[in-house]
Write a protein that binds this ligand. Sequence first.
Ligand code: ZN
Ligand code: ZN
Ligand code: ZN
Ligand code: ZN
Length: 158
Amino acid sequence: MSSVEVKYELTRDDLMCSTCYNDIQFPLFQCQKNQHFHCKVCALIEKKCLECGSSIRRNKGLERQLEDQLEECPFEGCYRSFFPWHLKEHKTKCEFKENECPVCFEKTSLGFMEEHITRECKFSKYLDVEGESGSFDLLKRFQESTMTIDISDLDNYN
Ligand SMILES: [Zn+2]
Ligand SMILES: [Zn+2]
Ligand SMILES: [Zn+2]
Ligand SMILES: [Zn+2]
């Protein structure tokens, strides 16, 4: 029995939480009796399957089977893996995603952008004139994804 290689080809529709209907990711939780899937949040809250009442367990065996369906995030420093349909979404908000500083257009990862804008950016001295508010305002706009800031805005800080 154990010599039989069972190939799981589970799709996005299969990998859905039976309680909240969200996509699930690793770690994989299933109920013991009927293998209903549960997302991590629902597994921790419910502890028992709402569909069939059996207890929920992490299925590490299934994780091993599905491991090669995962794709690693391409951004340096991230090292996280996702199902293909998650990866696309993750990449849009990965903190290691490469981004351009909205002021000097130097590339830095999203996770370091705050540090870059407040300290390293060659324009930071202008931003600091107004004390915290200058760089704070810029950061806020960056976080709201206003990626292009008219360089003439900097006149305000002269
Ligand atoms: Zn759920
Ligand atoms: Zn169940
Ligand atoms: Zn990532
Ligand atoms: Zn900069």
